[in-house]
Design a protein around this ligand. Structure first.
Ligand SMILES: [Zn+2]
Length: 103
């Protein structure tokens, strides 16, 4: 979406809000920014190959361990890399598997 178009639509909508609701909106937006800059933890046994951030979405390419004791990854030859998408939904960090190539 064109950022100027989005900003104009948001400003138009905000004009009708009373002060209290507007103050809550500002606090929510600040929390959204804070969430974006919170470090995303790395699961045990994984290593990061690449990171790409767009707005509140972080796509991260990771080498992973499957957990099977006899597998090559248990000896350090990890699987992947695979892409995962991380984003905050209602203040909670979610992770979505995207695959070998991002879709
Ligand atoms: Zn494995």
């Amino acid at each position: 979406m064109d950022p100027n178009h989005a900003l104009n639509a948001l400003r138009a909508a905000a004009r009708d809000l009373d002060d209290e609701v507007l103050a809550r909106l500002i606090a929510d937006l600040q929390a959204e920014i804070d969430d974006r800059h919170a470090p995303i933890p790395v699961a045990p046994g994984r290593t990061i190959a690449d990171v790409q951030q767009t707005g509140g979405i972080t796509d991260r390419q990771e080498y992973v361990r499957c957990g099977k004791s006899g597998c090559r990854c248990a000896r350090g030859h990890l699987h992947g890399p695979y892409w995962y998408r991380y984003q905050s939904v209602n203040g909670k960090l979610t992770s979505t598997y995207l695959g070998k190539n991002r879709r």
